[in-house]
Write a protein of this length. Structure first.
Length: 127
């Protein structure tokens, strides 16, 4: 008889545990995603990825997909590549620098083709 009396109490504790786990996940998930995929610096957000999608047509202005992230590219975005490097296209490794938005997309300030793992994007004061 006592076991039946404890069932509502155990159900309440179980619900509380599930709620606390979900609340913790909501708080920690964005932080873990940020540290696992990119780095927040004083100059913005930086990460390395592979180009999966480009705007239709010949213009590189528009939304790119890089390793699952939407990258907003505008006329103000520096597209850095060394002479002789192939054009950035689907499958290209790139370094992206920009401003991380609340929806997870990035407004790109610079995108660098990352052939051989070398980045041409210069940090301020590195000349």
């Amino acid at each position: 008889m006592k076991a039946k009396q404890n069932q509502p109490r155990l159900r309440h504790i179980g619900t509380l545990v599930v709620f606390m786990a979900l609340a913790l996940a909501v708080v920690l998930l964005p932080v873990s995603r940020l540290s696992a995929e990119g780095t927040e610096t004083s100059e913005g957000y930086e990460f390395h990825g592979v180009v999966q999608g480009l705007p239709a047509g010949t213009s590189q202005i528009g939304d790119w997909t890089v390793s699952g992230k939407i990258i907003h590219v505008s006329l103000a975005t520096l597209l850095a590549k060394e002479t002789g490097d192939p054009a950035i296209g689907i499958g290209s490794a790139v370094d992206v620098k920009g401003v991380l938005q609340a929806d997870g997309s990035i407004i790109a300030s610079a995108i660098d083709s990352d052939i051989g793992g070398n980045s041409d994007i210069q940090q301020e004061g590195e000349n």
